[in-house]
Design a protein around this ligand. Structure first.
Ligand code: F6P
Length: 336
């Protein structure tokens, strides 16, 4: 009987449980045994794994996070790779099934070079993996950003304020751009394109002149602003980009007496019950991963092209960053 060991690698995201459930249910249909590994590779190295039955995954579809736990540790050095190899032999594991983002991809490649079989299922709110249009967790993170912008809108409008909202999602710019687009942001600053301070001022000025005395500006946490931007404001380059931009707006619009407030959405984006799209892609990709292992098609990542599931052979290009597409960046600007 084939045996899959499923583990989560890197940061958690909503939809991991939907994927775990799908792996267990599909595996039971095709006579594969599933071992659930606690806390990623850390757990595997410490023998923290157990058989997962359908009963174990009942009632978890709607839950955020992961019932297995996760960790940021991946096998990089010779010794840890050897330990993983030993564990895979010891537990007669046919293939690992890795749920994760860039860190998961790195682990999969490190192990593949040492003949440890795996299939990778993309799971990261950042949605920045080169081989897949969508990663598990992205749609829920966007939903959370959109909801936050809806809430912040009331106060922005009532108090005539500029709300600066910091999102996660570096380095591709996906969460800031799509969250901003769907939440009606008046400007988005993401790492996917160079920041143009004069353009931002122009847009805010146009709003004031058009009697819109409030603005919602979304700034991705990973954005790097030029040193001379900080210098011109007399701020330390360690100041978060979002706060530097707030200061810049206030000082540039003394004539209007613009007030700004800062909200860092932080971990409110990464948790909570997965939206239907994340449950759907988790289920599609996880069941395909099981089929692939059944057919001995390992050393592949599963991905999405639109709503079609794809199978992508492992290669270093899996580590490439996929920045948010230009048409989406342009579409946000239409509404500034
Ligand atoms: O990988 C997902 C992510 O949410 C990134 O967008 C973010 O920059 C990072 O995790 C922050 O993670 P932590 O603060 O847990 O290290």
């Amino acid at each position: 009987m084939k045996r899959i060991a499923i583990l989560c690698v890197g940061n958690d995201c909503p939809g991991l449980n939907a994927a775990i459930r799908a792996v267990v249910v599909k595996s039971s249909e095709v006579d594969i045994e599933v071992l659930g590994v606690k806390d990623g590779f850390e757990g595997l190295m410490k023998d923290e794994l157990d058989v997962l039955s359908k009963a174990n995954v009942s009632g978890i579809l709607h839950r955020g996070g992961t019932i297995l736990g996760t960790s940021l540790l991946i096998p990089e050095d010779e010794e840890s790779i050897k330990t993983v190899q030993r564990k895979v032999e010891q537990y007669s594991i046919t293939s690992l099934l890795i749920l994760g983002g860039r860190l998961g991809a790195r682990a999969a490649l490190n192990l593949a070079k040492n003949n440890v079989a795996s299939v990778l299922v993309p799971a990261t709110i950042d949605n920045d993996l080169a081989f897949s249009d969508f990663s598990i967790g992205f749609f829920t993170a966007v939903e959370n950003v959109k909801n936050a912008l809806d809430v912040l809108h009331s106060t922005a409008e009532s108090h005539h304020r500029v709300m600066i909202v910091e999102t996660m999602g570096r380095p591709g710019g996906w969460i800031a751009t799509v969250g901003g687009l769907t939440g009606g942001a008046d400007y988005v600053v993401s790492s996917a394109e160079a920041f143009d301070p004069m353009d931002l001022l122009k847009k805010i000025r146009m709003r004031y002149e058009g009697h819109k005395r409030f603005s919602i500006i979304v700034v991705e946490s990973g954005v790097k602003l030029p040193d001379d931007f900080y210098k011109s404001l007399d701020l330390s380059p360690q100041t978060p980009a979002a706060q530097a931009i707030g200061t810049f707006i206030e000082r540039s619009f003394r004539e209007f007496g613009v007030e700004w407030r800062y909200t860092n959405l932080g971990y409110l984006q990464r948790g909570g019950s997965p939206v239907s799209m994340d449950r759907l892609i988790a289920t599609l990709m996880a069941t395909r991963a099981v089929e692939m292992i059944k057919a001995a098609k390992v050393y592949h990542a599963v991905g999405m092209r639109g709503l079609t599931v794809t199978e992508v052979p492992y290669s270093e290009t899996m580590l490439n960053v996929r920045a948010v597409e230009e048409h989406l960046r342009l579409l946000v600007k239409l509404f500034y």
